[in-house]
Ligand binder design. Sequence first.
Ligand code: UD1
Length: 362
Amino acid sequence: MKSIVHVIGARPNYMKIAPLMESLKVRSPFRQVLVNTGQHYDDIMSQAFVRDLGLPTPDYDLGVGSGSHAVQTATVMIEFEKVCQKERPDLVVVVGDVNSTVAASLVSAKLLIPVAHVEAGLRSRDRTMPEEINRIVTDRLSDLLLTPSADGDTNLIAEGVPAEAIHRVGNIMIDSLLRHLPMASLDRIRERIPVVDGPYAVLTLHRPSNVDDADVFTRILTAVRTIAESMPVVFPVHPRTRQRIREFGFDGNFAGIVLHDPLGYIDFLSLTSHARLVLTDSGGLQEESTALGIPCLTLRENTERPITVTHGTNQIVGTLTDAILEGFRRASSPAAPQRRPELWDGQTADRITRVFCDFLSR
Ligand code: UD1
């Protein structure tokens, strides 16, 4: 029987692999093996997501943990090579743009195992962002490039990828979002976060360029405190960001901002889907807020997901205090109703399954 190895490692990976494994289980004959690299290891960063999304228990836990980019990437490579040598899969599936993604692609390509990249073709054109390096290298090594939107196809064609390797399948994260939205009620979180009973905004921040630099972090917090004078801002804090708050002595800088530990997938969806506004430096949340029709201010200078600006609710506002507040004013005036981008319809996993069936029957 042909086999497929799926690789997950960090929080944004789980919601992309879960619907795909489910679809392949129902609609394909392939044996599936799940490998968790352990790039994220705190319960709430990994296990809670595995449980919420109904992912099977991973067949392999590589336990790589944190480290510099080189250490983390190299450790995944050393451990993942052993899995590939044992399993000899017919296809390795990687998702997104984290260090585990590029590490598994490198190992597979060198063992001549075909690689499928889900969420291929996204480009910020900002190589100071580690994820951009991961995207470029992973796409270069992949045999099947599964793109979420037309801009992905255009980027890949411009880089010389053969058209027959590119499959526009849509956005698989939206499969998970649509499936779990009916469970995402405020009742789940009201007791822990009482401010959700009135209008509120949600903030997430974890990019090193925003939280490792005390000046940038201060500029963002100054803007968020002003926004919090209009409505409370709920801030689930990523472990990296929590460390920086401690190191910079920022604990007193959060008037009007409700700090919270990170949330599981469904609790976080409960929080965002009822919010008036999202402020974020995450990639996935730009897409989720577009799918939910909730205004999003992206606290970065660029995005690899331009469709969320052209077709969705996203504004790229950067990290200057005044620019963030200007974006807030624009987001407060009622916008034209938005439609979900094409193929963000909850059927992406089934389209990928068809591509895999075709590829593995050749
Ligand atoms: C990684 C991804 C990023 C993604 C993010 C989602 C890369 C290059 N970056 O960034 O694209 O948006 O995940 O969260 O792969 N930590 C913990 N517990 C954990 C995980 C991390 O305490 O379970 C702390 C550690 O101090 C660690 C730091 O967070 O050093 C950063 O973790 P790391 O996995 O290196 O990158 P993220 O910033 O999470």
